[in-house]
Design a protein around this ligand. Structure first.
Ligand SMILES: *Cc1c(COP(=O)(O)O)cnc(C)c1O
Length: 475
């Protein structure tokens, strides 16, 4: 070994560096939780300026890795900050982050059983836990994959394998998927990747609550058939990304069963309610779906990425990627759950199940239930706060922990421009991190309440700060 490699692998060096990193991170969490006023939720800087910063850092050459860590912490978005309420990313539980260090170091690639002796069985166990919560029977099963985007693509591929022979014979038919116009953009992207083109993505209009209008499905199907399309799959959103609206899954299931169309539920964000008896009514009918996905890195406090893809009939999952890979496994046909790579897009895969299981081991599944309930309760409180104020309005009463709203007091102003400017000001101030969305051509501010450290008071503060910003703009 060269001297550098010897130092780089030295266990004592690791012990010291990793211990000091844990101290840095614990100090950081403590500060964000106890003195949030001393830390911005987002230390926003323009892209060119941050690039220049790192370029200079690189030119300065090697240095202490702990100094580098400090800068990374300082310059990042602070997801654990109680005033972080932007995109739908979990503040990961520290224990799961610690487990990430474990899995990164062990680095078991998972594609075949031998390379994932712990993570493959745990993955089966985790899938069974979710399947049971959904209400699937013993025929069900699933897997973990790297994110909701990939999980949705995988589900659509499973649907296609189930309804056509495209996988082996190539494409000779016009295929289509039906989906609400409010669905996450990754469904559209997946369908395009699969060669369905613009016309193959049949977007069903939504109602005033931003839910798919199930009463239009027959009409849209008829039209697609007349144009020569075979609809292979219909996707329900549970919930949608913009407004957190849940589609009527039972209505979609009725339609899918009647026409022998694969029913997939994109529960990346909202299917986490399967852990809550208080809120699982939002996904009534989920057990009728042929497949569903659930992001553990959204409401379930696991570091990104970790997504469950669960099938009502586990056997379906083996048809998705039927291929021969002689050096990995002898027989593609056998349904060996323990060879992860047979059913997932990834070959080498992260040991996601170990991270998820570490939370269950330490705190039990109750911790998921409590988080889901707290975040949903908080969103309902915030929604009432907005309804009670004459300065703000809601586009829709929120069903999930995603709340859209806008400032309306200054009637003479262009409301879209005003709300965009408010959002831009919030971003540059950095005290709060909220995002924006456009609904029916109106600009709304949007919060995802992902953080159990966020309280009613932070939300009151947010409305106050927005009011102050707006007054300064209008004046
Ligand atoms: C977040 C989200 C996705 C994308 O999932 P990633 O894990 O970010 O790839 C897909 N669908 C919905 C409804 C989502 O909320």
């Amino acid at each position: 070994m060269t001297p550098t490699l010897k130092t780089a692998y030295n266990p004592e060096n690791f012990r010291q560096q990793a211990h000091s990193l844990v101290d840095q991170l614990a100090d950081y969490l403590e500060k964000v939780q106890s003195q949030p006023n001393d830390v911005l939720a987002i230390p926003f800087e323009e892209p060119e300026s941050t690039y220049e910063y790192w370029k200079e850092d690189y030119q300065a050459g090697k240095g202490e890795v702990s100094d580098f860590y400090e800068k990374v912490i300082e310059k990042s978005v602070h997801i654990h900050h109680p005033r972080y309420m932007g995109h739908q990313v979990s503040p990961p539980l520290p224990i799961a982050a610690a487990t990430s260090m474990l899995t990164a170091l062990l680095n078991n690639g998972m594609a075949v059983y031998e390379m994932g002796l712990v993570s493959n069985p745990l993955e089966r166990l985790i899938s069974e836990i979710v399947a049971k919560r959904i209400g699937y029977d013993d025929n069900s099963g699933g897997l973990l994959t790297s994110g909701g985007t990939l999980a949705n693509l995988t589900a659509l591929l499973a649907a296609r394998a189930n309804k056509t022979s495209v996988w082996s014979d190539g494409n000779d038919k016009k295929l289509a998927v039906m989906v609400s116009e409010e669905a996450h953009y990754c469904i559209d992207r997946a369908a395009r990747i699969m060669g369905m083109g613009t016309e193959g993505i049949i977007k069903i209009p939504s109602n005033e609550k931003f839910q798919l209008r199930a009463e239009l499905l027959e009409e849209y199907l008829e039209e697609a058939k007349n144009k020569g399309f075979q609809v292979i799959c219909i996707v329900g959103s549970a919930c949608s990304t913009s407004t957190g609206s849940y589609d009527d899954l039972n209505a979609i299931a009725d339609f899918a069963e009647k026409h022998d169309i694969w029913f997939h539920v994109d529960g990346a964000h909202g299917a986490a309610v399967v852990f809550s008896e208080k809120y699982n009514y939002l996904v009534a009918g989920l057990h009728r779906a042929d497949s569903m996905i659930l992001d553990w890195h959204k409401m379930l406090m696991v570091p990104a990425l970790a997504t469950s893809l669960i099938f009502k009939r586990n056997a379906d999952s083996y048809r998705t990627f039927q291929q021969k890979a002689q050096y990995l496994w002898d027989n593609q046909d056998s349904k060996d759950w323990f060879n992860s790579g047979k059913r997932t897009f990834e070959c080498t895969k992260l040991m996601m199940s170990v991270k998820i299981y570490s939370i269950i081991k330490a705190f039990g599944e109750e911790v998921f239930t409590e988080n889901v309930n707290y975040l949903h309760d908080l969103a309902r409180t915030f929604s009432q706060m907005i309804q009670q104020s004459s300065d703000f309005e809601l586009p829709v009463v929120p069903q999930s922990n995603i709340v859209c709203f806008r400032y309306i007091k200054a009637e003479e102003e262009n409301s879209n421009k005003l709300n965009s400017t408010i959002r831009q000001q919030l971003l540059t101030n950095g005290r709060f991190y909220v995002v924006q969305t456009t609904l029916n051509e109106e600009v709304y501010l949007r919060v995802s309440l992902m953080n159990a450290l966020t309280t009613e008071n932070h939300l009151r503060e947010l409305l106050k700060e927005i009011g102050q910003i707006a007054e300064r703009i209008v004046r």
